[in-house]
Design a protein around this ligand. Sequence first.
Ligand code: ASP
Length: 286
Amino acid sequence: AVALLQAGGSAVDAVSLAVERLEQCPLFNAGVGAVLNRDGLPELDAAIARGEDRGTGAVAGVSRVGSPIRLARAVMERSPHVLFSADGAEALARQLGLPMVDPQSFIIPLRLEQLAAAKRSGSIALDHVDDASAAPDAAFGTVGAVARDSRGHLAAATSTGGLTNKLPGRIGDTAVFGAGTFADDGSCALSCTGTGESFIRAAFGQAVHGRMRWGGMSLADACQAALDDVRKLGGTGGCIAIDRDGTICLPFNSGVLFRAWSSADGGAIRTAVWSDSASPQSAPIP
Ligand code: ASP
């Protein structure tokens, strides 16, 4: 995705490519390796947002679509609507000729164990932990990407299995434009992870946008204020965000956030897991 941007590719292409790859990696809570609902099935949500014209596409509760983010992009580019769910979303994927898979192909043993543990404790759980010391054997969360391209356009993409032991039919913030996924060239692009219910109630993406656009706040301050709202609403999590000037911000109030970032100059990719002063909570990336 970094090479694509360096070669002059679009932000939309970069974020779709990054998220599609991460969906295939079993370490994360998206696509292969996604968490399971109460019935032991994956129900996947994904969304993409294009800052240039506020284009967006999202899908919720899909179990048979090989790449939920590809379908979300198809919703944006090839349908008259912006959000599809479950059977209708899968019918659209078939109609558009996207690869379909057996829901079992997403399931890995770790997720069956996590579901059993959540059922024993009666919890509905984030797959990433608040206790940073437990992180090494935990899974690494929802996947997302944000980018600003050489023409100054912004884009965001997010894909997730949601929460372990969630009730069938539950939809999280990922699929909701203006909550867990958002892009507007006038402010920022962002992608969230964390307690979806709280991110929806905080209208996270729209809240960051509004604070920047009409409150004159920086991206970092706007994200921090929105994260404070999420906490007041009982949630934890974080986001990856980039503003119209290319400032990157990766704030979180959970124990860990697995994150990577890069800039146009040389394109070195840096990564971080825990809170780390070298990570751009707010610092502009040259
Ligand atoms: N935000 C996701 C959801 O609530 C879960 C996560 O980020 O792990 O669906």
